[in-house]
Design a binder for this molecule. Structure first.
Ligand code: ATP
Length: 224
């Protein structure tokens, strides 16, 4: 379980998170909702360990295998890697950087490419893909990783209905195998599929609910 206790994250003098306290259970999907700039990505980055809280504590992430899929706008275009290589990177943590992939790893890579609908793009350079295609490739990498913690930053933004449905299925499967799944989202449907919804407003966690209903979702999430 991840326990976040009274976490404050500052960028300069500005607090992006102010005293956030929450828990994240294995086998459960948490949706982080809130308007642009409310602190969703910052909380995901704090969970991923790429941003350090100024005060407060996060436990349960220390030695965990974390799969983190950032917002697609933050992925660099110039990566000289093929889609298949990027997806195979998901197996590195298990396999080690310089070890060859096992047949089982290769099967997992093929299955993930297929599931996320990017198998036909596997030899293309990741930087040459459209935003939505690239996003699906990065999700395929996360599936291959089978991390204990899966952090997804607006994974369905800009994707078509079919791809969104696949992502919801993927999140459910990741939770079913016992992962802690946290997804920052503007999509009501992700909220409905969540076991817990955390609402951020200007870095403050204003609502927490485990039995999630449309009311909370519809007044916190704008369609997009
Ligand atoms: N690297 C940074 N340096 C300075 N300020 C930052 C940085 N990253 C985020 N912020 C600020 O912290 C606040 C929270 O940003 P964050 O990206 O976490 O919000 P968000 O809810 O994920 O927004 P969005 O829905 O637009 O992705 C915002 O005011 C933002 O401007």
């Amino acid at each position: 379980m991840i326990v976040v206790s009274d976490v404050v994250v500052r960028y300069g003098t500005r607090a992006a998170l102010s005293g956030v306290t929450a828990t994240f259970e294995p086998g459960a999907i948490t949706a982080l909702v809130g308007h642009n700039g409310s602190g969703k990505s910052t909380l995901l980055q704090a969970l991923a360990g790429t941003v350090t809280p100024s005060t407060g504590r996060i436990t349960g992430t220390d030695r965990a295998d974390i799969a983190y899929v950032p917002q697609r706008s933050s992925v660099r275009d110039e990566l000289p890697l093929s889609v298949r290589e990027v997806v195979a990177m998901g197996a590195w943590r298990r396999r080690g950087l310089w070890r060859r992939l096992s047949p089982e790893d290769r099967r997992a890579v093929d299955a993930a490419l297929d599931r996320l609908g990017v198998a036909h793009l596997s030899t293309r350079r990741i930087g040459d893909l459209s935003g939505g295609q690239r996003q699906r490739a990065l999700l395929a990498q996360a599936v291959v990783q089978r991390g204990q913690i899966v952090l997804l930053d607006e994974p369905a933004t800009g994707l078509d209905a079919e791809a969104r449905a696949v992502i919801v299925d993927v999140m459910r499967d990741e939770a079913r195998r016992g992962a802690i799944v946290v997804v920052a989202t503007h999509d009501r449907r992700d909220c409905r599929d969540a076991d817990q919804v955390l609402r951020l407003e200007d870095g403050i966690l204003s609502t927490e609910t485990t039995a999630f209903g449309d009311t909370v979702c519809s007044d916190t999430v704008h369609s997009g």
